[in-house]
Design a binder for this molecule. Structure first.
Ligand SMILES: Cc1cc2nc3c(=O)[nH]c(=O)nc-3n(C[C@H](O)[C@H](O)[C@H](O)COP(=O)(O)O)c2cc1C
Length: 663
């Protein structure tokens, strides 16, 4: 159904602190890692501007450094006079698109999830951070008052530079949350003891911000809901905190988040293993505590229809979108145009957090290869100078991405796929536990390919003759990768698939429901998410499941929010893990199913009896057998995805996109 009439609740205006919002969509704060030397950069402005251009009415920035003690932090330095011009350009850029820009005000307190401890860790009490065991300095009352004053003074600077307001990040386990939670605040002075005193810092802060910046300066607060910490903020406590903070009369909107800087960190970014809008019931329970202050619903709201439902049903006044607007800044524009099917949906895979927040790379997204580029919003690739004939071999996400972009440029594109569907390895992963959202990648690519007239031929085992017969001007090789056989496995057993790789093994179990006695063993030399999704599936089929790895832990290549989830789920399923071992091939395995294991450091032997299923997940090598033959015929070749270098979905879509633009 075309037009914004399809989403009237999303497009209803609202006023916050006397400022008009043109609709109800807010970009939620996400660390972009796009600042440089404490200054605003052009990519940073473009990232936010693109979300405003795509229609968001209000944009909350990443956390800015607003205190003198944050001068060394990798954040935009509000107190640095040299940063002022950039900050003003940033605010003006958003205003030009009719969006309000709010600065996020945050301090990690004692928290750090990366290795290494913060030198300047501060908190309510001298208690260690749960993840890094950093011991903070407990701020005294005069330091707290000075901190409040400094935040307010910096906010005043931002107001003068054109910012419309601030959002206080008082959830996620950061400094303000540490004051709010009884688990981290054991003070007995004016800032701790009971809920009222634990909220004092935040209440003082909102009052100081309004005092310094005036009633027309928006002050939003992100508060903790259940934080998953023993002795921390539970549902009741969250309600009490909200009642006291909202009751100040100085707060313009409230949002709630789960999780903390603790063993519940994964909760703060609800991922694809859980349901959509997982915080809906929690919001309903906390809403009465907000005393009429507008509520911003947040947390894995990925579809315009979901946002519309929340707003139309009166469950919230605003909808905050973090990852969904990263995945597609034109989310709202496409919905308004009645073209929701063209939205590139967030997969809730959290690769953005892994690469950005953990590894310190610029914010990036598996379904959006153009983050922060000038032409990012509703990207249409430039037409090719001359229409050419392009053959793509492989229907995984890399090949399909290349095909869609090349065809959109006007090329005649044929895709050859061996299987009977598109998606490659990703299609397999989409069938494993937690994989459902992954199917939106091949779904989007299939519909984009259809729009641009891509000719997809399935069930074709393409050899050089098949490809050459199509007389291509260029070939995109997207043939993926295959696992290498592990050293401990006799080569003929690997060659004949008697002990299969995990991908082949899971394909052979496709559709199986009946449970089987005996033990399933997975040799894990991969440590990627798909391995553990397969293990979850095995746990539903076998009496006992054991993961065996030569490393000192499993899931080591996963970023923390994903690793916590993997470890929690496998543990709940009773999956056993044996670390620092390599299997040893013996007759006892073949005749009696007894798998011998050898400790990698000591050589000590143990064994797993009754093994009825054994598969391996190992480093992959490009399945690029066609490359040499095509090159010998002088056909220009572009390798993408795993066929270039076996990596992940981020690499697959990025290299496919890039190839589509250059063929
Ligand atoms: C990469 C990334 C970085 C984030 N950084 C911040 C941050 O700096 N401050 C903050 O309050 N929330 C941060 N968040 C949390 C989001 O604001 C939001 O609460 C969360 O992603 C859930 O919303 P969503 O499902 O719409 O993404 C971050 C989230 C992601 C994915």
């Amino acid at each position: 159904m075309p037009s914004s009439d399809a989403y009237p609740a999303i497009h209803a205006p609202l006023t916050l602190a006397g400022r008009p919002l043109k609709n109800r969509i807010v970009h939620a704060s996400m660390t972009t890692r796009m600042q440089k030397n404490g200054r605003v950069t052009e990519p940073l402005i473009r990232y936010y501007e693109n979300r405003a251009r795509g229609g968001a009415a209000m944009v909350v920035s990443e956390p800015l450094a607003m205190l003198g003690r944050q001068a060394g932090d990798p954040k935009v330095q509000v107190r640095d006079p040299e940063a002022a011009a950039g900050l003003a350009r940033w605010a003006a850029a958003l205003e030009a698109h009719g969006a309000l820009l709010l600065a996020q005000l945050q301090h990690p307190g004692r928290g750090r999830h990366h290795p290494g401890r913060t030198v300047d860790a501060i908190s309510a009490s001298a208690l260690p951070d749960a993840l890094s065991w950093t011991m903070p300095h407990a701020l005294d009352a005069s330091e707290i008052a000075a901190l409040v004053a400094e935040f307010a003074e910096s906010a005043r600077r931002l107001a003068d530079l054109g910012f419309a307001g601030v959002e206080i990040s008082a959830g996620h386990g950061h400094l303000f949350h540490q004051f709010l939670s009884p688990a981290s605040n054991r003070r007995l002075d004016a800032y701790g003891g009971d809920t009222e005193r634990r909220t004092r810092l935040v209440r003082d802060l909102v009052r100081a911000l309004k005092g310094a910046c005036g009633p027309g300066f928006v002050v939003g607060v992100k508060l903790p809901a259940e934080d998953g910490v023993r002795g921390g903020v539970d549902g009741h406590e969250a309600g009490e905190i909200a009642r006291l903070v909202a009751g100040t009369g100085d707060v313009d909107y409230v949002a709630f988040v789960r999780g903390a800087h603790d063993r519940s960190l994964e909760d703060h970014l609800p991922d694809r293993h859980g349901p959509p809008i997982p915080w809906r019931a929690m919001l309903a329970a906390l809403r009465p505590a907000c005393a009429g202050v507008p509520l911003m619903a947040l947390g894995r709201i990925t579809d315009p229809a979901e946002a519309e439902g929340l707003l139309a049903g009166g469950e919230a006044e605003l909808v905050g979108l973090g990852r969904p607007l990263l995945a597609d800044p034109a989310w709202l524009e496409k919905a308004r145009a009645g073209r929701s099917d063209e939205i590139r949906y967030c997969l809730s895979c959290n690769s953005c957090w892994g690469y950005g927040t953990t590894f310190g790379r610029s914010l990036s997204c598996v379904t959006n290869p153009r983050v922060a580029r000038p032409d990012e919003v509703w990207f249409v690739p430039p037409a090719a100078e001359r229409a050419r004939r392009i053959v793509v071999v492989g229907t995984g996400p890399a090949g399909m991405e290349a095909a869609c972009v090349a065809a959109a440029r006007g090329h005649a594109v044929t895709v050859l796929g061996r299987g009977n569907r598109i998606g490659g390895r990703l299609a397999l992963a989409a069938e494993l536990p937690g994989g459902e959202s992954l199917s939106s990648v091949p779904d989007w690519q299939a519909s984009a390919a259809a729009r641009h007239g891509v000719d997809i031929r399935l069930g074709v085992d393409a050899d050089v003759e098949t490809v050459a017969a199509l007389a291509p001007d260029a070939v995109v090789l997207a043939t993926g990768a295959e696992m290498t056989s592990p050293d401990w496995l006799p080569p003929d057993y690997a060659a004949e698939g008697i002990v299969p790789d995990l991908g082949a093994a899971m394909a052979s179990l496709h559709g199986r429901r009946a449970r089987q006695g005996g033990t399933a063993v997975v040799y894990d030399m991969d440590h990627g998410e798909a391995v553990y999704a397969a293990v979850e599936r095995l746990a539903a089929l076998f009496d006992r499941v054991v993961v065996v790895t030569p490393r000192e832990a499993i899931a080591m290549d996963l970023f923390l929010v994903a690793r916590q989830g993997v470890l929690r789920r496998l543990s709940r399923l009773g999956v056993e893990v044996v670390m620092l071992v390599e299997p040893v091939w013996t007759d006892a395995f073949e005749t009696e199913g007894r798998l011998a294991l050898e400790h990698v450091y000591t050589g000590a032997r143990t064994e797993i009896p009754d093994v009825v299923f054994l598969a391996y997940a190992t480093p992959r090598r490009p399945a690029d057998g066609l490359a040499a033959a095509l090159a010998a015929r002088g056909i220009p070749l572009h390798r993408v995805g795993d066929a270039r270098s076996p990596q992940d979905l981020m690499f697959a879509t990025a290299t496919g996109h890039e190839a589509g633009l250059v063929v």
